[in-house]
Design a protein around this ligand. Structure first.
Ligand code: CTP
Length: 423
């Protein structure tokens, strides 16, 4: 799910960093939109590093993407924490003087505001009227917690606990089952435990299973500084790892040149070339119940790798680059598959004059012999490096057994559902 986390300027802004962590650990894609004054308390690097996305208060940055409209239309859920008296006032009067308030006008998904301010400000008639207006419009405004405030004062106005905010927010989009996958709550201390308690955990249908996932794209060295590579970001493979972990699996993630943060509770084996990926996957596969080859593996590699940086020739002639085929790791895995083991491949297709994406996918499913093949269309803004994905899952005979579109986490969930049916 795509969650927009608004952060207004209050001392409790630091607690929003924990809220962000909890939502990410629960498997969601979170973008932070701070106000300018929020950045007085917690700076952009924190929001950007923790969310993996840019975090700006300005409407005039990145204008070619019309951010306030794009963010609003792309969000499944908005949470503002802390929502200060000023933020409540600006939201209630429909102001659009920064990216957060502008976005609040463009969103059509559920919105949860978690207020935090001094008791006097919360009790003030102006704030009471703003909260009433917002609630009348369908915005969910939490009651602040009571307790120690910024100074020595105590009373209502304290930001609710991050786990409570996360649970209340997720309950808005999944009534009765507030939990999207909660990743490895036990490994993340008390707050994550609170979240796990407060939300229904993901189905534990991969508990006791070992899954091996390859992700990213291999690089084939030409010389010490150059390589042949591809555009795979590893995001779909990482989503598969996160979701599998949340569903109880032990996960080994063979990551080829991925710059994403390691999913928590997952064993990550970093590799570069196809030879290294092949070694790591074959090392882990014999013990695995499921192997998913989500990596974009280079089909060819330079026949020889120079030990030194190749120089331009004085006569201007360019030496041809001689390639040789790489082994097909997926085909090796299907050949070596032991009874009960499920092997899943991915096929990124563009379609061409010989047939569309599905036509090529079906042919590949029959050729590769994997139990499942997830076919996705790439090119023209689809697939590589994007937030969303759409896959059609085929069995070994080329029959469609599932299809899924949406966030890469949602696609991962659908693929694991199809795998679980085979286990
Ligand atoms: N794959 C692999 N080893 C290779 C190439 C691909 O294990 N040397 C795996 C990928 O990880 C993916 C699947 O095979 O799961 C399909 O990859 P793709 O490149 O689409 O298949 P190819 O057989 O290379 O077909 P194409 O002719 O379309 O390139």
């Amino acid at each position: 799910m795509r969650i927009l986390l608004g952060v207004a300027g209050g001392i409790a802004a630091y607690k929003a960093a924990l809220l962000l962590r909890l939502l990410k650990e629960a498997g969601h894609d979170v973008r932070v939109v701070p106000t300018r004054s929020a950045l007085e308390f917690v700076g952009r690097p924190t929001w950007e590093a923790l969310s993996g996305h840019p975090a700006t208060p300005e409407v005039f940055e990145d204008v070619e993407h019309v951010p306030h409209v794009a963010l609003g239309q792309g969000a499944d859920l908005v949470v503002v924490a802390p929502a200060t008296a000023d933020l409540l006032s600006r939201a209630a009067t429909g102001r659009a003087d920064d990216l957060l308030t502008s976005t609040l006008l463009t969103v059509r998904c559920p919105v949860l505001l978690a207020p935090a301010m001094h008791t006097e400000m919360w009790d003030h008639a102006a704030t009471r009227a703003n909260v009433a207006t917002l609630r009348d419009r369908g915005v969910h405004v939490m009651e602040p917690a009571s307790g120690r405030l910024t100074g020595s004062d105590t009373g209502p106005g304290r930001l609710p606990e991050p786990a409570d905010i996360a649970a209340a927010a997720l309950a808005l989009v999944t009534p009765g089952a507030a939990g999207a996958p909660v990743a490895d709550a036990a490994a993340h201390g008390a707050a994550a435990d609170d979240l796990a308690d407060a939300t229904d955990p993901a189905p534990q249908d991969l508990a006791g299973r070992h899954v091996v996932i390859s992700a990213g794209g291999t690089r084939e060295p030409i010389d010490p500084v150059r390589y042949l590579g591809n555009r795979s970001s590893g995001r779909q493979g990482y989503a598969l790892a996160r979701v599998a972990r949340a569903r109880g699996a032990r996960v080994t993630l063979v990551a080829a040149n991925v710059t994403l943060p390691d999913p928590s509770g997952v064993e990550v084996v970093a590799v570069e070339s196809t030879a290294q990926l092949r070694g790591a996957v074959h090392h882990a596969a014999p013990d695995a119940d499921v192997v998913v080859m989500a990596a974009a593996v280079a089909d060819f590699r330079p026949a020889r790798t120079a030990g030194h940086k190749l120089k331009k020739r004085a006569d201007g002639v360019v030496e041809p680059l001689v390639l040789e085929p790489n082994p097909d790791v997926l085909a090796e895995l299907t050949a070596a598959r032991r009874p009960g083991q499920v092997v899943v491949g991915f096929a990124a297709e563009t379609g061409d004059t010989d047939g569309d994406v599905l036509h090529h996918g079906r042919a590949k499913a029959r050729r590769k012999g994997a139990d499942l093949l997830a076919v996705n269309a790439v090119g023209a803004g689809l697939g590589f490096g994007t937030d969303d994905n759409a896959v059609t899952v085929l069995d070994a005979s080329g029959e469609v057994v599932a299809s899924a579109a949406g966030s890469k986490d949602a696609v991962a969930g659908a693929l694991w559902d199809a795998v679980v049916r085979l286990l």
